[in-house]
Design a binder for this molecule. Structure first.
Ligand code: ADP
Length: 393
């Protein structure tokens, strides 16, 4: 069965076509910088032949054009991997959240209404998904659509770690609670550990543009750093992490408008906000090494947040067998892994410096005498979504 997985960003589209249940990627494509004039970048590869287009600049003003461009290459170009678009039977989306739909769901009008209703919680992400789903449904009227919601993996978090200290009616009436995100990624890490063992206590650190830590017990999420919205938990590339809600009326009293406050939380915060350098940790590290104090501070705040949650989750779990680093920063920054692990020495974590520095791809980077197995596992969110989309309908 051909299952197309769509990973939609606020300015990007990524596609992988899976042959299920074999889990083979038949073809893949991506559009970066959707919407920028003549500056969008389109890539496509037929994995069977290894041929395709690499990073071609194209005019892709919107999602409709980007999706049609990929489907055209997939079915009609000289590197076509399918005879016709109708051969795509299911489409899986890494969707953010929908009121009342927390797991993996076939996308129908109720699911879409739920996504619209909870738009304020994921404004940038849900708008992009709603648009991409609308376009895909128009182009592929006979395919079945599945939303693998980013909240799915965290439904097993117990109530005492889910409920906030707010009026209980807010939970009952509005659904205010810890939802958690990055389910495709933490769920994939759990799948990888489950393949080795059944009983374990692990902490998965997804450190990318968005960042979260997840406590995993025997394959299930039991706590996570994200709260209800995407502006919570660890600091992110340009979004705030946990903040004190009393800051909002205070900032209003200082003359900031609602829009300015939200912009600070959602676009101008996080690593970018503290460093003033970039939302990309690579540039922040370079700046810190050149003596930029705010860049150094941003790195220290980032690491402190990760350690803070690992410490709390260690006590939640009662022990720790595996500590996993994944996503852009987790997979590629030996420096951040070392800074985090150095602070975890009281838990018996010992890194093998040489293995940490040399790590490319999947590896165990702890020393033989470490009480915790420290691993780098490259995430594969699309594979998790392909599996869930195939299993669901
Ligand atoms: P997204 O959440 O957008 O999918 P990724 O998981 O691809 O993001 O992570 C992107 C981030 O990874 C970049 O913002 C960059 O800061 C970081 N990154 C990638 N490589 C490195 C590296 N070698 N050192 C430090 N940070 C890195």
């Amino acid at each position: 069965m051909n299952v197309l997985v769509c990973n939609v960003g606020s300015t990007s589209l990524k596609f992988k076509l899976y042959d299920m249940p074999a889990c083979t990627v038949t073809a893949q494509g991506a559009v970066e910088r959707v919407g920028s004039d003549h500056d969008a970048v389109f890539s496509y590869k037929n994995n069977g032949t290894g041929q395709g287009l690499s990073a071609e600049k194209q005019d892709i003003p919107d999602y409709q054009t980007g999706i049609e461009r990929f489907l055209q290459e997939l079915t009609a170009g000289e590197n076509a991997a399918l005879a016709k678009v109708e051969d795509i039977e299911r489409v899986g989306f890494k969707a953010t959240l929908s009121k009342g739909h927390f797991g993996v769901h076939e996308i129908d009008d109720a699911v879409l209404d739920g996504m619209r209703e909870w738009l304020p919680m994921a404004p940038l992400h849900n708008v992009a998904y709603l648009k991409a789903i609308e376009v895909m449904r128009g182009v592929l009227p006979n395919a079945r659509f599945v939303g693998a919601f980013e909240t799915a993996f965290h439904r097993t978090i117990p109530m005492e770690r889910r409920i906030f200290g707010v009026p209980y009616e807010w939970y009952e009436k509005y659904g205010v609670q810890r939802l958690g995100y990055h389910s495709a990624s933490h769920g994939y890490i759990a799948d990888m550990l489950n393949a080795e063992k059944k009983e374990y206590a692990a902490i998965s650190c997804h450190l990318g543009g968005s960042c979260s830590v997840c406590a995993i017990e025997n394959g299930q999420s039991v706590d996570t750093s994200f709260g209800m919205s995407l502006e919570s938990g660890l600091i992110h590339a340009n979004r705030t992490g946990d903040i004190d809600c009393g800051m909002i009326p205070f900032l209003r009293s200082q003359g900031l408008s609602e829009e300015e406050i939200l912009e600070g939380f959602q676009k101008k915060g996080g690593l970018l906000g503290i460093s003033g350098v970039s939302n990309d940790l690579r540039y922040i590290i370079d700046a810190a090494d050149s003596g930029n104090e705010r860049a150094r501070l941003a790195i220290d705040v980032f690491v402190h947040g990760i350690v803070h949650y690992i410490g709390a989750f260690y006590l939640d779990l009662g022990r720790l067998d595996d500590l996993v680093f994944t996503a852009g920063i987790g997979e590629h920054s030996a420096r951040i892994r070392r800074m985090v692990c150095d602070k975890l020495a009281p838990l018996g974590v010992r890194l093998d410096e040489a293995k940490n520095e040399a790590c490319h791809g999947q590896a165990i980077i702890s020393a033989p005498d470490s009480k915790v197995c420290v691993r780098v596992i490259p995430t594969n969110e699309e594979l998790g979504i392909a599996r869930r989309t195939y299993e669901l309908v």
